[in-house]
Design a protein around this ligand. Sequence first.
Ligand code: HEC
Ligand code: HEC
Length: 109
Amino acid sequence: MYAQDAPPKKGGGGMPHKNLKILPDEDIMGVMRSYTAALGVGRNCVFCHVQGDFAADTNPKKDVARKMIKMVNDNNAVFADGKVHVTCYTCHRGKTMPETVPPPAAPGQ
Ligand code: HEC
Ligand code: HEC
């Protein structure tokens, strides 16, 4: 889910969220699952959060993630069709630290 998408629908089913600075309050759990999958952290929500308080900004990775969300939104704004072209997975590919160089070619390739 990206900031340029449909306007937020507050409280759709659950409690409204308390500390969203970028994301619309819409399908937060689906968005969060896309992050854990993109970074390959399994169900480890505390990679970016602290146990028991998802609204807290105590874990510095959460603010890194906010910068990443802005970067991805900026990337998608480059495309005229308004569709999502770039996601967390585009770079992360199931790793917390994206690779900057391709792996060495296997012998004989
Ligand atoms: C890669 C980092 C990352 C991971 C992993 C992650 N989150 Fe988040 N989460 C965020 C960020 C960043 C925000 C705040 C977004 C904003 O400010 O708009 C957030 C916000 C939330 C909120 C809203 C809290 C509030 O009241 O403001 C909930 C609930 C939440 N996450 C649950 C989860 C759950 C459950 C998981 C595991 C399945 C998870 N998150 C995994 C980065 C992450
Ligand atoms: C254009 C490529 C790119 C995209 C897209 C991207 N990231 Fe990243 N991300 C990086 C790079 C590169 C790093 C490592 C930065 C460094 O060297 O410290 C990183 C690091 C992170 C980290 C810190 C990891 C750690 O171990 O400290 C988090 C959290 C993160 N990204 C979340 C996200 C989320 C969430 C999204 C999608 C909203 C996203 N990223 C999209 C390139 C990207």
